[in-house]
Design a protein around this ligand. Sequence first.
Ligand SMILES: Cc1ncc(COP(=O)(O)O)c(C=O)c1O
Length: 395
Amino acid sequence: MNNEGQNETNQVVAEALRPYGTSIFTEMSVLANAHGAVNLSQGFPDFDGPEAIRNKAAEAIKRGPNQYVLSYGIPALREALARKMERFYGISVDPETEITVTGGATEGLCATLLGILEPGDEVILLEPSYETYAPVSAMAGAKIRYVSLEGPEFALPKEKLAEAFNPRTKAIMINNPQNPCCKTFTREELSYIGELCIQYGAYAIGDEVYEHLVYDGREHATLLTIPELKDRCFVISSTAKTFSMTGWKIGYVIAAPALSRAVRMSHQFIIFCGQGPLQEAMAFAIDFPDGYYRELLADYTKKRNRLSDALASLGFQVFPTAGTYYLLVDIRSLGFDDDVSFCRMLTEKAGVAAIPCSCFWNNRSRGRELVRFCFCKKDETLDEAIKRLTAFLGN
Ligand SMILES: Cc1ncc(COP(=O)(O)O)c(C=O)c1O
C-alpha cells in the first residue's frame, strides 16, 4: 500500500485500534506459508480432534435444526460444562444463570470486557500478555496499567501489583496457565490478587483456555476455587485446545449470576449466539471419560519433552513449561538478541516459524530475547522442524 492508502486506512480505523496493527499470529502464519516453513508459531494443532466429535457435529448438521439457538448457549452444553466443573474442580455452577457459551474464548473476553468496562476505568494486564486483552480494553475506553512478570520465574510481582491497583481499577486479567511464559499461578498468588480485588472493588478475569494442559502432576487452580474471588471473577475458557478443534470457536464464560448478566448483555449484541450443531457435539465431548483428558496430557507431555530436549541441545536456554502447549526460549544463548529478526530469519532460511515474544509487551523493547515455539503438532511435524533447526543452527 502506498503512503496515501496507508493514511486513508489510518483515518478509517478507530483511534483505539490504531496502535495495534495486524496480529503477529496472522503475520507469522502468512510468512510461514509463503516460505513453506513448518509452522510452530500460531498455537493450533496440525491434527483434528476425535472423529467421534466430528461425527456428532455432522449428524447434528444433517438432522438440523440449523437455526439460531438460545443466545447464551444450548442447555445440553451448559449442563455438560456444569458437570465438568463439578468433576474436575468440585464446584457447583448453575448452568441456567452462571454459564454463557461464547464464540471461542476470544468472544468471551470481548463480551466480558465490553460488558463491564466504562470509559476511564482501569484494567491491569500482567505482561507478557495475550494479544486480545489490550485492544479490547482500549475499545471499551479503558486505561491499561501494565505490570511485568520477570523471568526466569515469572512470579507475581506483588509490590508492583499492589501499586498498580487504585480506586479506578475495574479489572485484572489473569491468564492461567500463562501464554507465553508457560507458568501456572499458585493458589497463594491468586489469593493475593483476590485480596487486592476485594480492597479496591475490582474483578478478576481469568483466561483459562489451557486449563487441561497442566503438567507434571500440577493441579489447575481455577479462579472460581479461590475463596476471595468466588463472586468477583469471570472465568473464560474454550474447547479449542482441549479437543484440538481451534476452528470451531466454542468458548464460555462462567461467573456469578449478576456478573453473567453483564456478559450476556454484551454477548447478545456481539454475536447473539454460537453454532447449535457444534455446541451439541461439544456437549458430547466434554463428558468424555477421564481417560481422554489423561491421554491428551500424556501425549502433550511427550511432545513437550521431545521439542524441549531438541531446543536445549541446539543451545537455546529453554524455560520450563508448567502449562500450555508452548516452549519459551532465550535466544541470547545462541548469540542473537532481536526476536523479530531472528524469527524472520528462522522462517525464511531454516524453514521453521516461531513467535517473537516482544509482541506480548506494550513496550516492544521488552521481551526481545524471547521466542515461543508451539508443540501442538504431529510427531513427524516436530521431527521435521527439529531436523531443519539442526541443519540451520547445528553448527
Ligand atoms: C491465552 C489465550 N486466550 C485465548 C485464546 C483464544 O481462544 P479461542 O480460540 O477459544 O478464541 C488463545 C489462543 O491461542 C490463547 O492462547
